[in-house]
Unconditional design. Structure first.
Length: 308
């Protein structure tokens, strides 16, 4: 039985169509009581965590037969981080009929899809290049960092592919690919780095690692300058969900302070609400620590509007 036809076990684990549910004898009351609607005529059990894989399966149930997930939907399937898209994205080969469904965005594409987790999808590189047509610079770098973090692609391959790309979005893709880094744990770390870069501040070394005499990793910092012992850390909820993690972080920072490191801690409000003050704060601290500063830039204002 093909993916498009579904199966009985899919009623509890995977998306299914209204038609298949009715053919299997499910009542309308059962359908609406125990399931959520992902797309028109596509449902999934309420207990299922809806992630990029589940969304991709749901989309391909009702997309044209030769369709493959692309853009935002492909990014999520690969484990990348992108802004939420109200409508899922799929692509069909150029010249083939597109679906008239209003709850899908259907693109014509010359991309050659691959199969990942059983779903037809654009490659990580093509996904990045497609998203360069619809995302801004910061969101595109966030996507690139997250794809690299999931080991879907390397920064070098991303840069090479972007250099070879042409057409709409290619210039942005090249710039964003050049700013993608390995070793980034969260989108907010990327945003903190991009705030520095777009304001003219030094980028700093990403993912500083410290090892003991045996070569074992003992400490990590989001970004920093080893020469001046200055670091920037993003402190988000994912870092402090458990008390023992919070205590470990405190001890880690105290160890660095004992070694004469200056650690600048940023939180979400520093990025979203008061980016201007954050830029001024970092510029002041970097100057005090002896980090060479270039000319300031206002480009950050287009991407981090904030209130100050």
């Amino acid at each position: 039985m093909s993916q498009r036809e579904g199966s009985a076990e899919g009623f509890t684990a995977m998306p299914f169509t209204y038609r298949r549910a009715r053919e299997a004898g499910m009542t309308r009351a059962q359908l609406h009581r125990d399931h959520v609607c992902l797309l028109r005529s596509v449902y999934v059990d309420r207990r299922v965590r809806v992630d990029g894989y589940v969304r991709a399966r749901a989309v391909l149930l009702v997309a044209p037969a030769d369709a493959f997930v692309s853009h935002h939907t492909a990014a999520e399937l690969w484990g990348g981080v992108v802004p939420h898209a109200v409508r899922p994205h799929v692509s069909v080969p150029t010249g083939r009929p597109r679906s008239a469904r209003e709850d899908l965005v259907v693109h014509a594409s010359s991309r050659e899809p691959v199969v990942f987790r059983g779903q037809r999808v654009t490659t990580p590189l093509d996904t990045f290049l497609d998203c360069a047509r619809v995302l801004d610079l910061v969101d595109l770098v966030v996507l690139g960092d997250s794809l690299v973090a999931r080991h879907r692609i390397t920064p070098e391959r991303l840069r090479q592919g972007a250099q070879e790309s042409t057409g709409r979005g290619s210039r942005l893709a090249r710039r964003a690919a050049g700013l993608v880094r390995a070793g980034v744990d969260s989108p907010m770390e990327t945003r903190a780095r991009m705030l520095r870069v777009l304001s003219g501040l030094p980028e700093l070394e990403t993912d500083l690692r410290f090892h003991d005499d045996r070569g074992d990793l003992v400490r990590r910092l989001d970004a920093g300058d080893r020469a001046t012992r200055t670091a920037v850390e993003y402190d988000g909820r994912h870092h402090v969900e458990r008390e023992d993690q919070w205590e470990a972080d405190l001890g880690r920072w105290e160890d660095f302070e004992d070694a004469a490191w200056r650690i600048v801690v940023l939180v979400g409000a520093d990025i979203y609400r008061t980016p201007g003050r954050t830029v001024e704060r970092l510029r002041r601290i970097f100057a005090q620590r002896g980090i060479p500063l270039g000319p300031p830039s206002d480009e950050w204002r287009r991407h981090f509007p904030g209130r100050g």
